[in-house]
Structures are given as structure tokens and as C-alpha cells.
Design a protein around this ligand. Structure first.
Ligand code: BGC
Length: 427
């Protein structure tokens, strides 16, 4: 064997509601599209039409032997208006969750993955403390509605990515460029996570369940100085790491709010993760207060450096903060022609299998190509190819490789020769 997976290690796939479901749901990405902000003008109302094709997609997942599925639900669909609940949407998700169970696919449910209903967005979303109750009401509704079917939850996906893209770079809705607001959103989302963590445990306990597991999906990247001998590069790398991920990780994990976040009186110190959830993609090479990329390094189709060791470097830091089992809740790459994805997967699984960290799950991002936020349909991350015109799905070579790994519980010599060896990254 080239790689033999450890005992209790299993493979899954991930997705997010807005990126696959399609539909005019009255959310901030429907609105962002209407404002002409999607680079390739593709419409999230199309996406992969998963809201109608969920059964076919689940069958395909089962055919590919997928063991774990991280999926999201659409807040704007469930609560189309403030204070209003759409029972049909709840019934729809229950049907999907039941079907996944029937197929033997274990679910990890994401409650918030970047998208807000417009009624929430219009009143200031997560920038305002008084709005946080709306999110917590939604959490309560979700657990009351699906708590009998779901024991594992991600409260919020990548609050740092959401806050910076939406409120600092202004590239995502609502398109603001204020560092103060971005920091405030991070703080407020940390409060939301802590409160949601307690709420989910409380509700499920009342329901009689003891197996509840809750975390948030933490987007972490390596920040390395461009020149390790340059003090300015080193200082900027440290600063960016703290601003982007260090402070928020600490706040959400232990309730300790430190600079640039303000001290928080509404929450107390504690342990707010039952497992560590890592979303890892790349490294930033820093020479100033902006994102940079290492020259002469392998890159994906969006220009992101491919740096597998970074996954362990980042995960290790978080494990030092709180020792918990680790799930890689996202890892994947934009490879439009699927010519290096298998190599990418192999290299990331290799560092995982060589590490002593208790990493027990790997969810590949993503199951099928989907609506990649401002990149639209032009950036393909899936194990399954989607023809958006016909909505036909075709398993890619990397998808076949993935199934083989599940069957073999690792990578054999023959698989390595067939899927990995012929592949090359572009520089
Ligand atoms: C997000 C996904 C996104 C992926 C690739 C992650 O940061 O959670 O929604 O599609 O990265 O960009």
C-alpha cells in the first residue's frame, strides 16, 4: 500500500446549500447576482438544481460509496420572511435527511454558510448585536426540526472568510469596505457560535440525546513571510494571521476575546468545540498587508498555491489550543480539467496519514461542481462534473479515484500508478 488509512478514518464530501440548490429564495446571493456582481454572470438560481435533484445526487453519492456528507440548509428558504417559517421547506429537508440515512450516509449539518435572507441582511445582518437573536432563533428552529435526524452540527462556516470578503474587501454582499465592521462581524459571529453551541446541546439533551457534537468550520491558511530574514515580512505575516484567523479561532474555541476583537461580557470562558473542523486550501506568502502567493510554487486554476504540509501546520496549532478529534471539513481545489485533482487529494491524504494528529474524517470540497460564489460556474471544484445546461452529472477521474480509496481503505500501488503518477501541477 502507498497509503493505508488509519483505523476509524473515513472519507466524505461537502457542499453548501446556496452553491447547489438553485432557486430564487430571497437571499443575499440572489440579490448580489441581480446587482451584476458575479464575474461570469452565472445565476445562483440555477446552480446544480439540487433542490429538485437531491434524490439523484444522493443515489450518486451512495454509488460512489461516500460515507459522510457535510451539507447545509438555506435559511432564506426556511424563513422567507422575518418571523415566518415555511413548513414545506422543513419537510423537504427532512425527506432528504431521511433518505441519506436510508442510504447509510452520515450527515454533518451546516447551519450558516455565508448566505443570509434579505430581511436579515437589510437590517444589518451580523453587524448589529440586536440581530443576533434572529440567528439563534433559526438555530433553535433547525434543531427542533431536524434534531431527531442529525447529531452533528457546524454552527457557522468560515466566519473569517465571510467577514473579510463581505465587509473588508467588499467583494461579497453587502459589499462594504470597513475593517471596523469586519472585526465587529467576527466578534458577533463568535458570540453566535458560543450561544449556538450551548443551545444545540441543550435542545438535544432535552430531546433525550447524548451524542450531540458541535463545532464551527474554521478556514485556516498558513501565513509565511516571503523572506524569512526580513523583519517587515515576518511582522506582517504574524499580524495578518492574528487579524484573519488567530483571534477569532481563540474566541470561538475558548470564549477568550483578544485583539483585534473586543472583550466580550455576554459570553464566558469555556470549551466550545466537540471536534475541530478545519477547512484548508492554501498558504499566503506575505511581504506587506496584502495577500501574496509564492512564486515558482504549484498553483490551482484560481492561482492558489498548493501546499499540503500547511494542512498539518494549521491543524496542529488549533489542536494545541484545544485537544479534540479533528475533521477536515473542507479541502479541495479548482481544477477545471481534472488533470491534477487526484494528485492534490493524494498529497493531502499523505500528510494526514503521516501525522500523529487525531484526524478521523476528511470531507472533500466538493461533491459536484457548483456555484463558486463570485467566480460563479467557471471554477470547478467537484469530484463530479456538472453540465449546467442539462444538469447532467458525470463522475470525474478524481471521483473514481475517490471511490477506489474508500473501497481499498487507502491507496494501492496500482491506484497510485493509474491516478496519481501521470498528473502534473501547473506552475
Ligand atoms: C468555502 C466554500 C468554497 C470553497 C472554495 C471555502 O472557503 O466554504 O463555500 O466554495 O472555499 O472556494
Amino acid at each position: 500500500m502507498v497509503i493505508k488509512f488509519k483505523e476509524q478514518f473515513s472519507l466524505g464530501v461537502a457542499s453548501a446549500a446556496t452553491q447547489i440548490e438553485g432557486g430564487e429564495c430571497g437571499h443575499n446571493w440572489n440579490d448580489w447576482y441581480a446587482k451584476g456582481k458575479i464575474k461570469d454572470h452565472s445565476n445562483p438560481a440555477r446552480a446544480t438544481d439540487h433542490y429538485h435533484l437531491w434524490k439523484e445526487d444522493t443515489d450518486l453519492m451512495a454509488k460512489m460509496k461516500i460515507q459522510h456528507y457535510r451539507l447545509g440548509i438555506e435559511w432564506a428558504r426556511i424563513c422567507p420572511k422575518e418571523g415566518k417559517v415555511d413548513d414545506a421547506a422543513i419537510a423537504h429537508y427532512r425527506e432528504e435527511l431521511l433518505y441519506l440515512k436510508e442510504k447509510g450516509i452520515a450527515v454533518l449539518l451546516t447551519i450558516h454558510h455565508f448566505t443570509n435572507p434579505m430581511w436579515f441582511e437589510r437590517k444589518g445582518g451580523f453587524t448589529k448585536k440586536e440581530n443576533l437573536k434572529d440567528f439563534l432563533d433559526f438555530v433553535e428552529l433547525v434543531v427542533n426540526s431536524f434534531g431527531d435526524l442529525v447529531s452533528e452540527y457546524i454552527t457557522i462556516n468560515e466566519p473569517n472568510v465571510y467577514a473579510t470578503n463581505s465587509y473588508y474587501f467588499g467583494e461579497w454582499p453587502p459589499g462594504e469596505k470597513s475593517i471596523r465592521k469586519a472585526v465587529r462581524v467576527m466578534s458577533n459571529m463568535a458570540i453566535c457560535h458560543i450561544k449556538a453551541y450551548q443551545l444545540i446541546h441543550h435542545i438535544r439533551k432535552e430531546m433525550g440525546y447524548q451524542d450531540t457534537k458541535v463545532s464551527f468550520a474554521n478556514h485556516v491558511r498558513v501565513f509565511d513571510p516571503q523572506k524569512s530574514t526580513n523583519i517587515w515580512h515576518r511582522t506582517c505575516a504574524k499580524l495578518l494571521e492574528r487579524l484573519f484567523q488567530g483571534a477569532i479561532t481563540e474566541a470561538m474555541t475558548t470564549g477568550n476575546f483578544t485583539w483585534p476583537l473586543k472583550k466580550e461580557k455576554k459570553t464566558s470562558r469555556g470549551e466550545y468545540l466537540d471536534f475541530i473542523a478545519i477547512n484548508y486550501y492554501t498558504r499566503s506568502t506575505v511581504s506587506g498587508f496584502a495577500d501574496g502567493t509564492k512564486e515558482d510554487a504549484p498553483k490551482n486554476d484560481l492561482g492558489w498555491e498548493i501546499y499540503p504540509e500547511g494542512l498539518i501546520r494549521c491543524t496542529d496549532k488549533i489542536y494545541q489550543l484545544l485537544e479534540r478529534p479533528i475533521y477536515i471539513t473542507e479541502n479541495g481545489t479548482c481544477d477545471n480539467l481534472d488533470t491534477f485533482r487526484s494528485k492534490y487529494i493524494y498529497e493531502h491524504l499523505k500528510v494526514i496519514s503521516e501525522s500523529k494528529l487525531p484526524i478521523t474524517r476528511y470531507y472533500h470540497w466538493c461533491f459536484c461542481d457548483n456555484f463558486e460564489w463570485v467566480e460563479g460556474e467557471s471554477a470547478r471544484f467537484g469530484l463530479v462534473y456538472v453540465n449546467y445546461e442539462t444538469q447532467e452529472r458525470t463522475i470525474k477521474t478524481s471521483g473514481k479515484f475517490y471511490t477506489r480509496m474508500i473501497e481499498e481503505n487507502g491507496i494501492t500501488e496500482e491506484m497510485y500508478k493509474e491516478y496519481v503518477e501521470p498528473q502534473r501541477y501547473h506552475e
